[in-house]
Design a protein around this ligand. Sequence first.
Ligand SMILES: [Zn+2]
Length: 67
Amino acid sequence: MTIYWERCDWCGTYIGVKRCYLQPSDNICPTCCILCRKRSECPNPAWSPWLKTAKPKKTNIRIKSKI
Ligand SMILES: [Zn+2]
């Protein structure tokens, strides 16, 4: 699986991103993937492998939505 190092299309953070399975035109960061409302119904979340190794704490998640 390829990881791109560019801007997240959802939150604008410059970080390693992966192509969203549900929206192939978008590159998303781990945070956005985790917070995605469709994650529960996504058959292949882009960042599922990452989630198995790192357990994000909701209190530490920061989204730059004011960009
Ligand atoms: Zn993001």
